[in-house]
Structures are given as C-alpha cells and as structure tokens.
Write a protein that binds this ligand. Structure first.
Ligand SMILES: NC(=O)C1=CN([C@@H]2O[C@H](COP(=O)(O)OP(=O)(O)OC[C@H]3O[C@@H](n4cnc5c(N)ncnc54)[C@H](O)[C@@H]3O)[C@@H](O)[C@H]2O)C=CC1
Ligand SMILES: O=C1[C@@H](O)[C@H](O)[C@@H](O)[C@H](O)[C@H]1O
Length: 341
C-alpha cells in the first residue's frame, strides 16, 4: 500500500489524546499530521515526541494543514456537526467519536450532506462493534444455532460520572452504545422506549437520576433492557446477555486474570472504558485506517449515528415523561441500503 494516511485529530482530551497515541504507536498505516484543540497546551502535550505534526487552535486550520488526508473527530459532541461538514467540504474521510451529532436534527443534516455528496465519508465511533466478545456474539446471533433472539439484557456501569453529567446523558451519552449495539446485534430498529427510575443512589450527585432502567422495543418484536448506573463506585462493567428461542449467550463477565489462593479467587475489575475497550478502540481505528487507505468506508456510518441520536432523544423524552415513547425515524436514504448490518 502507498503512503501513510495523514490524520488530523480534532480534540486532544481524554479520547483525543488516546487516539493520538494509538495512531502514533499502535495502528499501522497512519500518522498524526495535525491536531486542533482550543487548549493548544493540551494538544502540544498529547503530541509531544511526534515528528511532523502541527498544532492548531482551530479545527479548520488542522483540516487545511499539509499532509492531512483524513480526520478523526474527538471534540465534544456539540462541535461534531460543524467539523463533519467542514471535512465533507474538503472531501476528507472521517472517523467521528460518538455521538455523531447529539441532536437528531443535526445528525440528519450530516446524513443529508453525505447524500448530496453522493458517497459515504463517515465512520461513527461505536467501538463495541470491534470488541472481540461483541463480534463473537454477533456471529452467533447471525447463525442459526441459538434461533430467533427474544431479549437482550444489558448492563452499563461506570465508576463515577464526570462533572456536569446530567440525567439525560445517562441515555444519550452512555446508553447510546447499547442503542447501536442492539440495532447491530439484532439487525432491527428500536421502535419504542420506556425509562423506569429506581431510587437514585446516595452516591450519585444531587439531582442525578442514577441508576435508570431502560426498555426498548424492536421492529422484530424483541425487548432490550439496559441497567445504566454511572456512579456505581465499583467498576466499569458492560455486559450483554442474548436470550433466544433455542439458547442464550452472555458476554462481559471476565476481563482479567483470576488469581486463586487458599479458599479465595480474585480478579480485577476495569475502572474505565479506556481499559475495558482498549482492544476495541485499537481494532476500530485500524479498520478505519485500512478501509480509508483502500478508498472505502466500513463499520457504523452516518446513518447509524443518526439512528442512535433519534432513539436516544426518544429515550430522554421517556425519562422526562415516564411514558412509553415511540421512536420516529426519518426514511433511510438509498445511500445506506445494506450498509454493514
Ligand atoms: N467511544 C467511547 O467510548 C467514548 C467516546 N467519547 C466521546 O469522545 C468525544 C470527546 O470526549 P472526551 O475526550 O471525553 O472529552 P474531553 O472533554 O476530555 O476532551 C474534549 C477536548 O476537545 C477540545 N475541544 C473543544 N471544542 C473543540 C473544537 N471545536 N475543536 C477541537 N477541539 C475542541 C477541548 O478543549 C478538549 O480538550 C465526545 O464525543 C465523547 O462523547 C468519550 C468517552 C468515551
Ligand atoms: O462513551 C462513553 C462515555 O461518553 C459515556 O459517558 C460512558 O458512560 C460510556 O461508558 C463511555 O463508553
């Protein structure tokens, strides 16, 4: 294959810095060509020791920097739409961290912009599709061994929520991963959502509805339930059990060495997503680089990003109203027919 893919990374915070390290040291076929962050000190810190990288305060300047032929967006969600449209204007392929765009109207504008271009440029950062366990579960469900899936029981626990995390964000930031995973695993759309509120944990910040219990109905008649608990205090735990007509499968139970001593067995519990999903992020970014260098777009696309935003929005309305809420999805443009399901 030809030259290295020159990537502009927008945002050098937690995810951006980790992706910069990954592009520089883990992934084959790419180099970090430019980084933009209004906090240029943060960007300089994240790029220390990387040759030939330019640092910018403005996203647009990074996109225009010499040697840039692809973009990885890791800025906060509200900045994504502008960055995506700027990348499209330059014809640059993009890997955009979730959410594609936090509000569904903005996400639909991105979809429409791709449709106007007549080609897909976007991979959305739903990394669970690249996690080895999720990929095995997907293969199993796609085969006929277990039969028709009836239910997915999902758990999504974070040790603690960052400052400013709202009750809506349990759904549109955290459960958005289950929304994408369920659509992908089942090959079905999520059509309605109900959110139940157990009593909030005393360890959650005042006013935060945490945990929540979210139930989705699907176009194929399955149910997907998600316990989301972002101040559980004990670990980063993401689990999924599929219950099907002839059997079931469960992932997310064990992620580290189990040490057995007299009468005792212990294992470590990961404390955050960067540990639990380290391999998934590596595989996600490698797959993006490989596909981009071949002029292809694979993985979850802009349509999947839109679908996640529209379902999450219905979820937030369901949280606020306490009522079962239907998901009203726009018609899917032909550009996305048969894409990567
Ligand atoms: N896939 C996953 O598991 C995860 C994905 N994320 C996503 O990654 C993205 C970034 O999240 P974090 O790194 O946690 O946030 P962060 O707050 O740690 O970092 C964001 C960085 O972006 C910079 N920034 C702000 N506006 C910008 C702009 N217009 N252009 C370029 N940079 C800008 C900020 O100065 C900051 O350094 C979000 O979309 C978030 O939802 C976050 C955590 C996990
Ligand atoms: O994407 C992520 C965060 O934004 C979100 O806030 C966390 O709850 C998720 O576990 C993590 O994967």
């Amino acid at each position: 294959m030809g030259d290295l893919l020159g990537v502009a990374v927008l945002g050098a915070g937690h995810m951006g810095a980790d992706h910069i390290r990954r592009l520089d040291r883990v992934v084959n076929g790419a180099r970090v060509a430019a980084v933009a962050d209004p906090d240029t000190e943060r960007a300089k810190e994240a790029t220390a020791g990387i040759d030939g990288v330019s640092v910018h305060a403005e996203a647009e300047a990074a996109l225009a920097a010499p040697g840039v032929n692809a973009v990885l967006i890791a800025s906060p969600g509200p900045a994504h739409e502008e960055a995506l449209l700027a990348a499209f204007a330059r014809g640059l392929p993009v890997l955009c961290e979730k959410p594609l765009v936090p509000d569904s109207a903005g996400a639909l504008r991105v979809v429409e912009a791709e449709v106007r271009l007549g080609r897909r440029l976007t991979q959305t950062g739903f990394m669970r599709r690249y996690d080895t366990e999720y990929a095995r579960l997907k293969s199993l469900l796609d085969g006929d061994r277990l039969g028709r899936p009836l239910m997915l029981h999902c758990t999504h626990r974070n040790v603690s929520s960052p400052p400013g995390f709202t009750s809506a964000m349990l759904i549109n930031s955290s459960v958005s991963h289950e929304i994408d995973a369920a659509r992908w695993l089942l090959g079905q759309e999520l059509t309605a959502v109900t959110v139940l509120r157990p009593g909030s944990s005393a360890h959650a910040p005042a006013g935060l509805v945490d945990p929540q219990f979210v139930v989705f109905e699907t176009s194929g008649g399955a149910l997907v339930d998600v316990e989301v608990f972002v101040n559980c205090g004990f670990g980063y735990q993401v689990r999924c059990e599929a219950v099907c007509e002839r059997g079931g499968a469960r992932i997310g139970e064990e992620h580290s060495m189990v040490v057995t001593t007299a009468g005792d067995a212990r294992s470590e519990v990961p404390q955050d997503y960067l540990v639990r999903f380290a391999n998934a992020y590596d595989r996600e970014v490698q797959a993006w680089v490989d596909a981009t260098r071949r002029g292809r777009v694979t993985g979850p696309g802009a349509w999947d990003g839109y679908a996640a935003s529209v379902v999450a929005e219905a979820g937030v309305r369901a949280l606020e109203s306490g009522a079962r809420t239907s998901v009203e999805q726009a018609p899917r443009p032909e550009l996305y027919d048969g894409a990567h399901r």
